[in-house]
Design a protein around this ligand. Sequence first.
Ligand code: PMP
Length: 406
Amino acid sequence: AAAIDWAKVRADFPLLTRQVHGKPLIYLDSANTGQKPAVVIDAVDDFYRRHNANVSRAVHALGTEATEAYEGARGKLASFLNVRADELVLCSGTTFAINLVAYSWALPRLQPGDAIVLTRMEHHANIVPWQLVAERTGAVLKVAELDERGDLDLDQLYSLLTPEVKLLALTHVSNVLGTVNPVREICRRARKQGIVTLIDGSQAAPHRALDIAAIGCDFYAITGHKMAGPTGTGVLWARREHLQAMPPFLGGGEMIREVRFEGTVFNDAPHKFEAGTPNISGFIGLGAAVDYLSSIGMANIEAREQELLAYATGKLSQIPGLRIFGEAREKAAVISFLVEGAHAHDLATLLDLEGVAVRSGHHCAHPLMHHFGVPATCRASFAFYNTFDEIDAFVTALQKVRTLLL
Ligand code: PMP
């Protein structure tokens, strides 16, 4: 990480120079959504100013340019994730990606008596679609639990992998605890038993080099807006054999080869899952985002964020009455915390007045909140564009807020 000029990197993000409530903004909510570098904003802007046309429909010059840029982004994503471009379904985000698997893969396959295994630390996006599938198919959900540190209890997880289990769906990195799950080992185990695996990579893709091929899962979902890209962009990677076997989820234009009233011939995967005009500018922006992240290097980004995490953890631990949720063996740069005697929303509201943006609430993870017996936490999440000075200012603000509330 030493070779990178992080101050220069930070200057790539126009929004980070603004003030809120008369104070310099300290943005510690990147796990919620990431800020965008100028190259991404410019790529979206340039598309609308100079190339705007629909994809795959027109033979005119702009149509060709738009299609090439859009398909080019798919190619960039494929190399970023180390998979084949024709195994990537471009969609609106992780939520869509998981629902696509739920509707097209799981619904037609699951039956009464089948089981789906989830974990206690899942985001609602990786719980609710499976509840809907379970309701409609008669399958049941089983839950892998956590230890006190916020790591998965692997023995208990493996004990759940019985012959009834058809799918194991789990997050790569927890958005609340930062826990990094050993997905490679878990997928190997599941695969041996013929269990299909889906990994929610929303919080992994922004922070570490990903090699989906090496993980050995069946499905991997990511969301673009957390990894420097525009909102409304996401990717589902699926093994080719699944994409071929799965029926389309949504019908419409772009996903067909030939339509007659007697019947329709669908386009090949991944296009058969991409009905309608896609988020063209968004994916061009996401292509620029992965170029940008790659130019810094995901290993450098991970190292930088680990330094910020260690520094912030050390500083926060010195605040009396502050409890950190999640001390996993391997952790991403996310710190969920509470201060004894203060409500999470009050902390976040007062921190905002100091210019510090943290998230408070259940973080779309109700079952995890129940596990810890709290309704909400505050969460500070860091990205490579944050600074050690910002962490100092955050800790000073938190100390001030704490004395106001106690
Ligand atoms: N899973 C995890 C772990 C997340 O953190 C998020 C975003 N908070 C999602 C899924 C959902 O992503 P999106 O809202 O972009 O579909």
